[in-house]
Design a protein around this ligand. Structure first.
Ligand code: C5P
Length: 237
């Protein structure tokens, strides 16, 4: 099985409140994005999507100085995450069977989880990593609760999201044809009627969004090698 990964990392990260986008902030002494890239070194093809003005700098400063393969693609992102992923998909070789999409700002993903979701997608067509929602979910309107939503079947989608190559390409073509925009790839694939398997994710696999997340990640990253060595490495629930 030939595997490609598209890593969207072209966001500005405004919620972090720093002048530098969050993917370049230091985590355990090196840029956060380097931890994420490290997890995908065994993929056949890696496409990293960055802000258009950073493409050359990224090749030089991130791939070059942190010992990543020079042949990895670094491509310019678009205004929304979906546009960035679309740009990345253009560089995936036609020979790849499964295409993964993984947020550049989720550095604590394990090889075990990447493998599980990849194999599931190869067999089923599409699979995403997700965790069951544990908090009670309310709908809020103008500062007041308007509804409590039954959380029985609710899951929080994480990444990687994995798809057989033909399926994700078809889903993106349909989304742009219909002017549909989604906040993850699975929502595009759902629209074309392909069932998406759920793979139990991990509480470790956080998306670094706020300064608090970075503090949590600093503490988790110290335990990370241990997590990766232990069986599947995923948190039991
Ligand atoms: O904004 P959000 O936290 O959902 O971003 C998830 C990932 O998508 C991040 O790694 C971010 O850099 C990336 N992104 C992108 N292009 C955009 C917006 C976000 O590649 N236009």
């Amino acid at each position: 099985m030939k595997i490609a990964v598209v890593i969207p990392a072209a966001g500005m990260g405004r919620r972090m409140g720093t002048s530098q986008p969050k993917q370049y902030l230091a985590l355990a002494g090196r840029p956060l994005i380097c931890h994420t890239l490290e997890r995908f070194k065994t993929c056949e093809s890696v496409v990293v999507v960055v802000e258009p003005e950073r493409v050359e700098l990224f090749r030089r400063e991130i791939l070059g100085t942190h010992d990543f393969p020079r042949e990895w693609h670094v491509v310019a992102g678009g205004p929304e995450r979906q546009d960035s992923v679309r740009n990345g998909l253009e560089y995936v070789p036609n020979t790849c069977d499964v295409i993964l999409v993984h947020d550049g700002v989720r550095p604590l993903i394990t090889f075990a989880l990447i493998q599980t979701v990849t194999h599931k997608a190869f067999d089923a067509g599409a699979a995403i990593v997700a965790i069951p929602t544990r908090d009670t979910i309310k709908r809020g309107v103008e500062g007041f609760v308007s509804e409590t939503i039954d959380r029985t079947h609710l899951w929080q989608a994480q990444t990687p999201q994995a798809f057989r190559a033909d399926i994700i390409k078809k889903a993106f073509a349909a989304a742009y044809r219909d002017n549909f925009s989604g906040t993850d790839e699975a929502s595009l694939v759902e629209r074309i009627g392909v069932p998406i398997a759920l793979v139990q994710g991990s509480d470790w696999n956080i998306k670094i969004t706020t300064p608090e997340d970075l503090i949590i990640a600093e503490s988790l990253v110290k335990q990370f090698p241990l997590l990766c060595k232990e069986g599947s490495g995923e948190v039991e629930r």
